[in-house]
Design a protein around this ligand. Sequence first.
Ligand code: ADP
Length: 983
Amino acid sequence: MKNSEKGLMRHLITNIALFFFAVFVIMVLSARENYARQMQQIDEYVDVLSSRTAQHVSDVFRDKHAAITSIAYLYGQSGHSESVEMEYLKALEESSGFDRIRFVNMAGESYTSNGKIADVSDRDYFIKGSHGESGYTVVMHSRFNSARLIGFYAPVFKEGHICGVMIGFLEEATMSDILKTDIYGYPAFTMMVSAEGESLGQYQVEELENMSGLTETLAYIKADSAEKVLAAAENHTECVFSFEGTSGKSTGVIQPVSGTDWSLFQLFPSEATRKMVNEVNMDERFVMLLFCMVFIFAGGHFVYYARKKAVLAQQNQNHGRMMSLLQSIADDYICLINVDLNTEIEEQFRIHRGDSITDWADGNYDYTHCIGEYARKVVSPIDRARFQSATKLSTLKEILSEQKDFYIEYDALVGGEPRRLQGKFTIDGNDRKTPRMLIGIRDITEQTEERIKAKTRMDLIVSAASAVYPFILEENLTQNQVHTVCNQGIVHNGLMEQLTMDEMMKELKTSIVNEEDYNRIYAKMNREAQLRAYERGERVMEIRVRQRGDDGRMHWMETKNILMENITGDIFSISMTRCVDEEIRMTAELEQAKDEAESANRAKSTFLFNMSHDIRTPMNAIMGFSSMAERYVNDPEKVSDCLTKINVSGEHLLRLINNVLDLARIESGKMELDVQAHDIPASLKNVEYIFQADTQKKNQTLEVKCDIQDEIAFFDMLKMNQIELNLIGNAIKYTPNGGKILYFVEQIDRKDGYAVYRCLIKDNGIGMQEEFRKKIFDAFERENNSVVTGIEGAGLGLTIVKRLVEEMGGNIQCKSEPGKGSEFTCTFTFRIGTKADLEDETDEDIAHVNVAGKRVLLVEDNALNREISREILAGKGFIVEEANDGDVAVEKVAASPAGYYDLILMDIQMPKMDGYEATRRIRNLPDKKLAGIPIIAVTANAFAEDRRAAIKAGMDGHISKPINISELNKVIISILKENESFY
Ligand code: ADP
């Protein structure tokens, strides 16, 4: 209940209470007056009642008088004798209505019906009757029985003269009946009195039974004004008086009986009076009750209507307020409409300018009609259909059940002027009984123009920014709202509208799956963190995290937030996100290039450093023995000795250089594995052969043992050999003459198609100090240099071994004790292979390759190498033709007929055109047969990556320098299997 209504109720209740109090006071005050009035009313009533009784008595007397006159007449006419006939009197007595009938003859003798005679000559009725008068009389003492009687008499005429008097008596009991008067069931004491106040007959009540006359009775009842009453009886007038009865005050009356000298004296029982008063009071109470009921009813109505009026007044006030409110916002809205959704009738409030709504309502305010007319007359034809379908009441109800407002913009003609309008539709469901829809129509022409300009500017900025940052968010940090400005990135971040910052952060969690990344972005970019950053004066914040893109892959995304304050004082963050995969990749590549450069540099410095001693030593030997050989050119024995030493030093130098190059290669990360199936026991046999000469020289025993279940496995044989050569070579080197060396390969596990092998190389040589053992795998580390030990080495072997082992997925460990020996253990896990996986060529196949008479084009820029190769090839029966560069080779091939050359051996590094380019050109020759000639690369190294590069350039195989004929045959077999001419 509103306050105004409460006030009204209080006011009403106070008024009603005051009213009832006033009624009560009036009732109390009027009670006394009422009583007097009631008594007066009773007096009047009593008066009326007694006058009726008096009238009744008077009527009875008149009737009885008439009756006795008739009887007297009939008696005279009946022809009876003057003597009395008893029988006849008896008959008259029974039918006349009198208690007794007497005939008095002229002698004054009164005859009864039963023959009794009394002398009544002194009685007034005889005297008057015998003189021809008729009338009534009272006999106080009957001559027959002393009873008090009322008599009616008349003369009896016979043949014209009076022969007697006829008299009829009424006895006391009969009189009592005549006088009987009851009021409200209570008997009223009634006494007929003479002018002297003598009782002539009475209707008695118990208490006053013995009252003989008026004076006595008045005294008994203690009447207020006895004198007045006696005077009234005497004067034969009316008089009403009051007396104290048994049940309170009551009323008495003296009423003259007309036609007589007598009066009626009546006393009303006080009970009746009280009952009458009660009844009157009852009536009054009833009236009062009725009055109160009417009052309450009227009051209720009054309250109801007053309340209704107050509510209406309140509504009017609200309406007034709303109207003034509407007036005040009417500058914004050119039209305001209120639609009652129950009746669908609309109420229009205001038209600020231009067309009046009433112009198109035509007095029919049904919503559908009005909006239809509005669309037809005001909305531009271009927007009309859209407007009509959007403003259908059913459509609007559906839309507004899900959202608070609905806006529609359209072109319209207002006052003959084209304008841009915006309709806003809202449902006000506060009043459930009468839900209504409010429509506000705004003229947004100016704003639209401004907006279009601003939007165009903004669009330009956004499109410029989005070219770099395809995902742009506008985060109002003050209002805690997020709005998507642009969303074209590779990471779809959902539609971030109507979200809070926290909700947006939660949304991000779906694509930023890395927890550490998410924690970083949350810590830096949550609302509070950004606001704090703004306070610190930061204006740009940046972060890079990994995010899952729409393509399902992870991308590096960079988010840059620009913090600013707008004119309303809100702190904004324009958050721009872009994918930086490419940048990260380029940075990584740069890093890698840098690393590579550094590692190359390192290798170079290492190489140069080692030149100082280990390389110079064999170089010096070569130089020294060369000049010695020159000096002893004529001494073949000496020359041969010098050449042998030159050869040994050369081999050592080559090994050294190869090691340095290998390490550099490994460190630059260029090494690739060439994994193929190999038979392990067979390869171990080769190891034994290789070291046979060395061990024999030092009188050492090399035991090669093998305990494996899976003999065939996939691994890089070349690298495995390098490892074995280094480790066994060291064992031989650092074990004195007569020592023992063990190479034991065992299988320690097998799981899911993979076998684990352990290779143990153990010697009982010089061993190592613990200090040194810890760093044996570092490059150029030697416990003692060659100057001290006389054992050659560069300290690179174990470094290479360790890298190779790790490259092959294994690990290496070393145990050693000075003077007792050393133990190297390598563990590898290789995929298990079968016989079928082994390359099927056999030495026999290789031996059967028939190269005699085959023409080979040897492409090599180095004349010395060319000479060596030519010698080897020619020695095996090849017809050798030469080209000293790639371009020459291409020319020669192009000029030759198809099938002229059977094979090309192509060097890779050449000054004018390298082997790859030359191969590509040959392969592109128009003659397909010519272009398909087999080409085999000949390079310094036979690493897997070199082979791949050769194949990629279009070559058919790859061999290393210097040319090894069995290796060449192998390649020939693999590439020329179909070419029968080689067999
Ligand atoms: P080096 O060319 O000097 O042999 P390595 O890298 O192969 O270079 O070996 C490094 C050093 O480790 C050696 O100089 C030697 O002192 C020590 N070493 C290697 N193998 C053994 C071994 N089996 N017994 C004793 N010392 C060894």
